[in-house]
Design a protein around this ligand. Structure first.
Ligand code: SAM
Length: 204
């Protein structure tokens, strides 16, 4: 009974905090697909927002917003000019920062140390990540010790952080709803977007 109460309280804490992804060094021509997929994974796996740094790319931001509009929820995408300034401001506002890098500490133990009462900024790179990012991050976390991708690293981190519950989350106000079906597509379209539940907005 006590355990059940504690679990429910912890779940409530997670619901009340926000998770923002900070994507470093976007290059309009080379990273178009990877950066779009990062936004889609962030949204589908329970994050609230993505901030893109590097080259300004209006098309990227609008394509993520389009998906969020059709598929529901309150996910947002924005451009971020100065990642270091954003990281410092985020920490000043009592948020915690996690940098995903193959050089960091093992995620299996690191994820347990993160206090779920804090808003989280998850930083992922593309090209070489400047040393200041390692120094400013509260946690440098590695998903295995082989190089792979910012998309897979983000998905695995969020899946562990939410303990798999993010995949059952409902996206309020969706215009399209899928019912799992072993033999084809079962899609329901809703003409009018219903009022979506407002989550707290992030502070950057
Ligand atoms: N040298 C990079 C590094 O520090 O992990 C690998 C570059 S990889 C092309 C781009 C991004 O993918 C990295 O900045 C990091 O965010 C993520 N990444 C790749 N492999 C990872 C791993 N094993 N663990 C965590 N993140 C990883």
């Amino acid at each position: 009974m006590k355990d059940e109460k504690e679990t429910k309280e912890k779940e409530k804490e997670v619901e009340e905090t926000t998770i923002t992804i900070l994507r470093l060094g976007h290059r309009t021509s080379r990273d178009k697909r990877v950066s779009t997929h990062l936004g889609l994974v962030a949204r589908a796996f329970g994050a609230d927002a993505i901030l893109y740094c590097g080259e300004k790319d209006e098309k990227l931001v609008s394509s993520i917003k389009k998906v969020a509009d059709s598929w529901g929820g309150n996910f947002s995408a924005e451009y971020c000019e100065n990642p270091l300034k954003t990281i410092k401001e985020f920490k000043k506002n009592k948020g915690k920062t996690v940098h995903l890098t193959m050089y960091g500490e093992a995620h299996s133990s690191a994820v347990k140390k993160i206090n779920k009462k804090n808003n989280l900024l998850i930083i992922v790179g593309g090209q070489k990540v400047p040393i200041e990012i390692y120094k400013e991050s509260d946690y440098n976390i590695s998903i295995g010790i082989q190089p792979h991708s910012e998309i897979s690293a983000l998905a695995i981190f969020l899946h562990d952080y939410f303990k798999g519950k993010e995949l059952k989350r409902k996206f309020e106000g969706s215009k399209i709803v899928i019912s799992p079906n072993p033999r084809g597509k079962a899609i329901k379209t809703v003409k009018k977007r219903t009022q979506s539940l407002k989550r707290k907005t992030n502070n950057c």
